[in-house]
Design a protein. Structure first.
Length: 286
């Protein structure tokens, strides 16, 4: 009989839920000039973004190590799990998921390792893990859980607007940027996480307000055919804007929906900076 564990990485933003999802996460390190801080333990979002606003230094991140992953997997073995499903940040943004895959042979016969490339980050990623945990508790099989995850991934999308593209450019997290780098100070591009999990420029807009209006319009067009949605508003130091956007979408989306606001954890924030405002969704129609 399957006993299924669900795990993720810190990029999923599970630390900021108001309840314990009971999902272990592999944690990244935030590297400031002379400090190396564990995301979610040594530093959390509020302090992290305060430091970004006060300091011109752009921090980097270090991914969890193979040793840390093996330690977690060994713990799951001792707890009697037969299977583990890892909900990884997009393979296009980090190698955490691929690293887990390399450990399959080491645990052969003791623990079956399954890795979902969520093709996203933040609580778009976290929601998939939370949904999987609920299904595992309800007795669903590995294949049922993974099928539902892939269905959601194929019926979701996210757009966002940044104040400062330098973070994404410095850390190499934006694809196809060469065409607009010369105008960094003159535009507020609409960015998307595309179908393969890359962060790419979708459209150039001259003002922040115009860019936010554009992502709202894009989402409304894409969800028009859905009867049941979950919508996420993401932000870094734009809580009031996020609340306002949530209220607008609640009025504009007429179908059954849940709208949630989520802050972005430091391991992701290090690559996108302050002032982010974004909208993501999954169509929950079966």
């Amino acid at each position: 009989m399957e006993k299924i564990a669900i795990i993720s990485d810190v990029n999923a933003g599970l630390d900021y839920l108001s309840w314990d999802p009971e999902i272990p996460v592999l944690r990244s390190i935030i590297n400031f000039e002379h400090e190396h801080l564990i995301d979610g333990i040594d530093i959390r979002a509020e302090e992290f973004y305060r430091r970004l606003q006060q300091d011109s230094f752009i921090p980097s991140t270090s991914a969890p190590t193979v040793g840390e992953a093996m330690e977690l997997l060994e713990k799951l073995v001792t707890e009697g799990y037969t299977d583990v499903i890892m909900y990884s940040i997009s393979y296009q943004l980090s190698s955490i998921g691929q690293m887990l895959e390399t450990l399959r042979e080491d645990f052969e016969g003791r623990l079956n390792i399954h890795v979902i490339d969520t093709k996203t980050a933040g609580y778009m990623q976290g929601y998939l893990a939370v949904t999987a945990k609920t299904m595992a508790k309800a007795g669903n099989s590995v294949s049922e859980i993974m099928d539902r995850s892939h269905h959601l991934i194929n019926h979701g999308h996210a757009y966002f607007v940044v104040d400062d593209l330098n973070y994404l450019v410095k850390n190499g997290r934006i694809s196809g940027a060469a065409g607009f780098l010369g105008g960094l100070m003159r535009i507020k591009p609409v960015l998307e996480i595309n179908k393969i999990g890359q962060i790419v420029s979708f459209e150039k807009v001259r003002t922040h307000h115009g860019a936010v209006e554009r992502i709202k319009q894009l989402v409304l067009e894409e969800v028009a055919d859905s009867k049941h949605l979950i919508v996420f508003i993401f932000h870094t130091v734009r809580e009031q804007d996020a609340i306002g956007l949530s209220q607008e979408l609640n009025e504009l989306i007429k179908t059954k929906k849940t709208i949630e606001i989520h802050v972005i954890t430091p391991a992701v924030g290090a690559h996108i900076g302050c002032g982010i405002l974004g909208i993501g969704y999954y169509k929950l129609d079966k």
